[in-house]
Each structure stands twice: as structure tokens, then as C-alpha cells.
Design a binder for this molecule. Structure first.
Ligand code: SF4
Length: 96
């Protein structure tokens, strides 16, 4: 893959250098953006994320940009919403 899938999303999101180091660049984009109900693909993506060198950076990026779709940093959109809600409850500062 010549470009990290992050920069190929439908929605325009800011490109960042760390995206070139994501383990997902070696896998089909559909694994990380599966159609609704394809949980097996999501689980496979999460396994890849668990060994990714930029996992935490990726997760924080998705939280910062409120990315609801796909697997980022080993989390689903629903899980990221819960993380944000928990941070708000705990009054923790979100990354700028
Ligand atoms: S954590 Fe997952 S989605 Fe993020 S760059 Fe790594 S492999 Fe890709």
C-alpha cells in the first residue's frame, strides 16, 4: 500500500507522520473499516493494533478528532465514545 489508509478515508482528516508507521498499512483497509455487523474483521484489526508501534498515538488522534468510524488504536467507535465520556466525567483534559 503506498499510502496509509488513514489518509484515504472518505472524511478529510489531517495527515500526520506517525501514520506511516502504522501496522495497518500492510493490511486491507476493509479490515479496519468493516461493514456493520462484520465483527470478525474488527477483531482481526484489533489484534493487529495490539502489536502496532503507534497504537497509543493512533488512539489519541482518533479521540482528538472524534473519529466515529473504524478501528483506531485497537478500539471501536463505540469504545472511543465511552473513553471520551469517562474523561469528561473525570474532568481530565483531552489532548488539544
Ligand atoms: S493502532 Fe491500529 S489503526 Fe492505528 S495505526 Fe496502528 S494498526 Fe493502524
Amino acid at each position: 500500500m503506498s499510502q496509509p489508509f488513514h489518509s484515504q478515508q472518505f472524511r478529510v482528516i489531517p495527515y500526520e507522520e506517525w501514520m506511516n508507521e502504522g501496522s495497518c498499512r500492510f493490511y486491507p483497509q476493509a479490515l479496519f473499516f468493516p461493514p456493520d455487523g462484520h465483527h470478525t474483521l474488527s477483531e482481526a484489526a484489533r489484534e493487529i493494533c495490539n502489536f502496532c508501534p503507534v497504537q497509543l498515538t493512533c488512539l489519541e488522534y482518533a479521540l482528538t478528532h472524534r473519529l466515529d468510524d473504524g478501528i483506531w488504536g485497537g478500539t471501536t467507535g463505540r469504545e472511543r465514545k465511552r473513553i471520551i465520556a469517562r474523561r469528561v466525567r473525570l474532568r481530565l483534559a483531552l489532548p488539544a
